[in-house]
Design a protein around this ligand. Structure first.
Ligand code: FES
Ligand code: MG
Length: 574
């Protein structure tokens, strides 16, 4: 069933014969459009997260024009709408504070304006989830257009992975193994083109998850930003969204529980970012579909990790992934673990979208029988230290530390950690467990990426490169090491993490999925009754709203007034 032009949502603004519609049409004329440009055509909003402070989206002004080309060709009327450019590198205290603001803005800009369908231009970490969450709540046909990964980094004859190799070589700088001049030289080779981080970080993970979920065109997640295929993808996306409007191919029509499970499965087999967990939970809840931490762990245990990419103790980067066949080949490889009947933005099934895709380099995208590791990259832990769960990316950890008991060294805040970490007097051994408090959704606020606590200098100089670290923070998708993250409830609200003291023994049992604080219950009760919540630091503005309404890590860090509830009614037009 195809829509008729009079059934378009935008028809209510432009197609009727009253004073308001006169104003709407005269303003199109003001912008230089004749009736022939728009009359009876789907209005396509192109939501663009471009900014001069968003290096990952530096190509988006050009790509928006390429999307428009496709919309015009298919008989639509494109309108570009700037939305909050959540930039990973420059927004402080953390971009995660602003993901929900982008989602809120996306939803409201779609609902309040005359658009029939949208193209979501995102990629840099929080932008994909924020745009998709908002579009799910708005409910119109939507297609995600991913920014694509940067070219490989390059320095002194070595390839560099953004994020991952910055952490790695900074540790070598602090250990005295590279010079300040070499470190400076690396600045120019780390990020060689526009596009998102080319490691298997959060951006690459969420682009892949969006494709597996059915939200973007086939192959889109693997195409590098600088490849000529990327503008072709832009134009294809513009063409397709017009058809989606006529077909009324909304997220509600397309998405099922299978779509969500496919996104999780792809994330696990990719060795994707820990950030995918709160993002995918938030996205699923916006769609009214079920997803919790236990589902992640169950899927992770069932699917092998086959992408041989950094930071998962792997060798390759996203450019290599593309040459090896890209996201279609990857999804085809893990097809036995996917529900191939799930539908996608193409209107076809995922199985049809990936049919015939081949892997060209089995060292990059491994055979199922020769994986990087036998199970997915992430594990969910529970126990007395994390009653509502915690997360570990064991694929990027030192295997020797995955079963470990050691005494805690506690940092009460990020500043406390920075002040004492490199102190020669710090009572630390390779067996110590570094604990950071006050970095959760409310404590950070916004769950900053502090979870890969630096290794104390004393340990670096002794040759130690990994230790067990625990926090209520997140970590960058490009980070690595034995880092236990997203501890819930967080310390700021009095979770057990708040009660840990120096010298307490903590036991990590990754195999058994346990994280326990080995302190007697009556002692913990004494500490709990003496605990007082930290003072509130923000009295006004968006951060105050965030503190009032945000949820914990295990439910996706979304706002309580956005994550559920009936759709907001369509606006009256008068
Ligand atoms: Fe934008 Fe890494 S900084 S994706
Ligand atoms: Mg990141």
């Amino acid at each position: 069933m195809r829509k008729r032009p009079e059934e378009l949502r935008s028809h209510r603004w432009f197609g009727v014969d009253d004073l308001r519609a006169f104003g709407h049409r005269s303003r199109l004329a003001q912008m230089g459009f004749s009736d022939a440009d728009w009359a009876g055509k789907p209005v396509i909003g192109i939501l663009n997260t471009w900014s001069d402070l968003s290096p990952c989206h530096a190509h988006f002004r050009v790509r928006a024009e390429e999307i428009k080309r496709g919309v015009w060709q298919a008989g639509g009327f494109p309108v570009e709408i700037p939305v909050l450019p959540v930039t990973e590198q420059y927004m402080k205290p953390t971009s995660m504070l602003y993901r929900n603001l982008l989602a809120l803005e996306t939803e409201e800009l779609i609902r309040s304006q005359p658009v029939d369908g949208v193209v979501l231009m995102g990629g840099c970490d929080k932008t994909g989830p924020g745009l998709i969450m908002g579009a799910l709540s708005a409910g119109l046909p939507a297609i995600f257009f991913p920014a694509g990964a940067q070219l490989r980094g390059h320095w002194r004859g070595k390839t560099l992975g953004s994020g991952s190799d910055a952490w790695k070589y900074h540790a070598e700088l602090r250990a005295g193994n590279i010079t300040q001049a070499q470190w400076k030289d690396m600045e120019g080779g780390m990020n060689r083109s526009f596009g998102v981080c080319m490691t298997a970080g959060t951006a690459a993970t969420m682009m892949l998850a969006a494709e597996a979920m059915g939200f973007s065109l086939p192959a889109s997640a693997g195409i590098p930003s600088a490849d000529a295929g990327h503008p072709r993808l832009a134009t294809d996306s513009g063409r397709r969204i017009v058809e989606m409007v006529w077909e009324d191919w909304t997220p509600a029509a397309m998405l099922t529980q299978a779509s969500v499970d496919n996104a999780v499965t792809a994330t696990m087999a990719f060795g994707g970012s820990t950030n995918a967990i709160p993002h995918l939970i938030a996205m699923a809840r916006r769609a009214g579909l079920a997803l919790d931490l236990d589902r992640f762990d169950a899927i992770s245990r069932s699917v092998p990790l086959v992408a041989n990419l950094r930071p998962n103790n792997g060798s390759y980067l996203m450019e290599d992934f593309f040459y090896a066949g890209g996201s279609r080949a990857f999804l085809a490889r893990i097809a036995p673990y996917l529900d191939l009947d799930a539908r996608t933005v193409t209107g076809r099934t995922l199985g049809e979208d990936i049919a015939g895709a081949e892997v060209f380099n089995p060292d990059v995208i491994r055979p199922l029988e020769d994986p990087i590791q036998a199970e997915g990259g992430l594990a969910v832990l529970r126990g007395s230290l994390a009653p509502r769960g915690a997360v570990i990316k064991h694929s990027a950890a030192d295997p020797r530390l995955l079963q470990h008991t050691g005494p805690a060294i506690v940092f009460e805040s990020y500043d406390d950690m920075n002040a004492r970490l490199d102190d020669p007097e710090l009572d630390v051994t390779p067996d110590s467990v570094l604990v950071l408090k006050g970095a959760g959704p409310l404590g950070g606020p916004g769950m900053p990426e502090w979870g890969m606590l630096p290794i104390p200098k004393k340990m670096l100089q002794a040759g130690v490169r990994d230790m067990v670290r625990i926090s209520d923070a997140r970590m960058s998708g490009t980070s690595y090491g034995t880092c236990i993250l997203h501890v819930a409830p967080e310390s700021h609200v009095g979770g057990p993490l708040a009660l840990v003291r120096d010298g307490d023994l903590i036991r990590l049992d990754t195999e058994g999925r346990r994280l326990d604080l080995l302190v007697e219950a009556d002692e913990l009760e004494r500490r709990a009754s003496a605990w007082a919540p930290p003072p509130r630091r923000y009295a006004r503005g968006y951060t105050a709203l965030f503190l009032d309404r945000v949820g914990q890590a295990d439910t996706g860090v979304d706002f309580d007034f956005l994550e559920h509830g009936p759709p907001t009614p369509e606006p009256e037009i008068h």
